[in-house]
Design a protein around this ligand. Structure first.
Ligand code: CP
Ligand code: NVA
Length: 306
């Protein structure tokens, strides 16, 4: 039985296998030949934060595979409030076949997984968003855009930055990260990613000027400057991130064929201009749709390991 908590626990071959399986599942869904391979399986989905894509894609995905999704918000269950996480984990995992969790501290999902009898999938923590990165890479594969890959991540050193570092360290491409002072990625995750990068040949470089990070990149990506849970810091963050918007001028420094990715939700006029988000280089809606397909691939893959 495997959990999917961060890409740290997955080899490059496993990541690519899940993506290949997902592309096959997408084709089969579109031509009406998808097997109900998770028939009668229940996926519990615990959300301690809001979500559009993660909820809709997991719930629709398990349904398309013949199973059932059970939506549990933090208002409905006692996760860590009144009932210890280890008790909730043992109870839910004795009744369901897989569990997806979106929560705050990464240690919550680790503790939950340690006590769960079934696979636990990270649907976002403050530290990582690995299912998003599967969808991002799948989108690049579909757009034939993985050769000489150089990704520029511009913005907050948050869960998305950490997840890009892990994907890069595993798959061995080049990643440029530019963050304002005080918003750098977690140093422990940087050290870990750099150690992993030594094995894969990945290059992870940090820049203080976003324009230098973007130059000649084949993919440009960003994320909200104010993640869920940081709402009270919004005004201060907008001031600190001045000059970090991905606009047409910033995009023009990248490779002519560069693609723009964003996990969404996007805040136009802050981390990205409307022109870039809606422009010809943006593949953000393919990326969002691929959440549906890649998480089905992941669920089928995890099920095959039980
Ligand atoms: N990208 C992403 O995870 O979106 P949601 O917050 O809408 O799930
Ligand atoms: N960094 C963002 C990602 C949202 C999908 C957040 O954690 O809110």
């Amino acid at each position: 039985m495997r959990h999917f908590l961060t890409l740290r626990d997955y080899s490059a071959d496993e990541i690519l296998e899940i993506i290949e399986l997902s592309i096959d599942i997408k084709t089969k869904l579109k031509n009406g030949t998808l097997d109900k391979s998770l028939k009668d399986k229940t996926l519990a989905m615990i959300f301690e934060k809001s979500s559009t894509r993660t909820r809709v894609s997991f719930e629709t995905g398990i349904y398309q595979l013949g199973g059932h999704g059970l939506f549990l918000s933090s208002r409905d269950i006692h996760l860590g409030k009144g009932e210890p996480i280890k008790d909730t984990a043992r109870v839910i995992s004795s009744m369901c076949d897989m569990i997806m969790i979106r929560t705050y501290q990464h240690s919550t999902i680790e503790e939950f997984a340690a006590y769960s009898k079934v696979s636990v999938i990270n649907g976002l923590t403050d530290s990582f968003h690995p299912v998003q990165l599967l969808a991002d890479y799948m989108t690049l594969v579909e757009h034939n855009h993985t050769k000489n890959l150089q990704v520029a991540y511009i913005g907050d050193g948050n869960n998305m930055a950490h997840s890009w570092m892990m994907l890069c360290a595993k798959l061995g491409f080049t990643l440029h990260i530019a963050t304002p002072e005080g918003y750098e990625p977690d140093q422990q995750i940087v050290t870990e990613a750099k150690e992993l990068a030594l094995q894969s040949g990945a290059v992870i470089e940090f820049f203080s000027n976003p324009r230098d990070a973007v130059r000649n990149s084949t993919v440009v990506t960003t994320d909200t400057w104010t993640s869920m849970g940081q709402e009270s810091e919004r005004d201060e963050r907008i001031r600190s991130f001045a000059g970090y918007m991905i606009d047409a001028q910033m995009m023009s420094l990248a490779d002519d064929d560069a693609l723009f990715l964003h996990c969404l939700p996007a805040y136009r006029g802050l981390e990205v201009s409307d022109e870039v988000l809606e422009g010809a280089q943006s593949v953000v809606f393919d990326e969002a749709e691929n959440r549906l397909h890649v998480q089905k691939g992941l669920m089928v893959w995890l099920n095959s390991k039980t």
